[in-house]
Design a protein around this ligand. Sequence first.
Ligand SMILES: Nc1nc2c(ncn2[C@@H]2O[C@H](COP(=O)(O)OP(=O)(O)O)[C@@H](O)[C@H]2O)c(=O)[nH]1
Ligand SMILES: [Mg+2]
Length: 305
Amino acid sequence: MFGFIKDKFENFKQAVSNTAQSLVGNVLSNIDETEEQYSEFALDDIEDTLIGADLGVGYAAELVDNLRSKPNAKPSELRNYLKEEFKKTLSNAGSTELNYKDNELNIYFIAGVNGAGKTTLIAKMAYQFRQNGKKVLVAAGDTFRAAAEEQLNIWSERAGADIVRRDKADPASIVYEAIQKAKNENYDVILVDTAGRLQNKFNLMEELKKIKTVIDKHAPDSLRESILVIDANTGQNGLQQAKVFADCVNLTSVALTKLDGSAKGAIILAIAKEMKLPVKLVGIGEKMTDLKAFNTEDFIEALFN
Ligand SMILES: Nc1nc2c(ncn2[C@@H]2O[C@H](COP(=O)(O)OP(=O)(O)O)[C@@H](O)[C@H]2O)c(=O)[nH]1
Ligand SMILES: [Mg+2]
């Protein structure tokens, strides 16, 4: 495990505030806590509000059907009920600690659609690892967009990481080169940036598989995480993206970006529920320091308090 910024709860709480309003605030403000029982109208309302907050149709229905089937469920207990259910869902999705092994090479494979925030996440991770004295190499695997490589170069320099890049080269060969360099020069971390053009889904998925094959072959014990980057504002679309990527590369976790300002952070719960994937990192702004280690307690606290 690795201790990414853990001390900025206030910023995190701020980033979760719109989600807290749409997911918890709106549900609670629509019910009458003095009623002894839920009316059918109230239950439908709760379900609609949960769906509107991007929790997903199936999950919202499950939560409300649970209440419906318990004749003595009380509106005054709704807050606690949701809190416990959300906690359960998150803990069932697995540990939120980023995997990291000291004194070994740690490879992080980063995937996601264009604009999700992959390159920014890599810069932020590189910065964090550098702050902790780790030797960091970035593999510029998004060779499709020239501007993307240049952006990565600037970010990496700023973060104090080294980079392997080669114009128009095959991404898998760049990753191969990065692995050789990392082994020869004792790097602690390789961050693998990738392309995200979903317009040509088949080619993209083949390219990602090829990169993973190179890692499996040349650094079989080093792949620490395969992280899918999802823009919080894409809501349920993000879940669809997750399914496409999960079908092709074995994902281990999710990084949710642009949570700042987003009211659709319930996607964290939807992904945990439907895909059993933990969110481990959260982007809460565009700056290098705007990265937060996700943890369930902080998230629940920010949602409900
Ligand atoms: N507000 C906000 N913007 C972000 C965050 N992460 C990335 N961005 C912005 O999203 C845009 C796309 O990011 P980029 O890393 O290039 O996406 P990529 O195509 O997946 O590599 C850029 O303008 C970033 O500054 C975040 O956590 N919060
Ligand atoms: Mg990029």
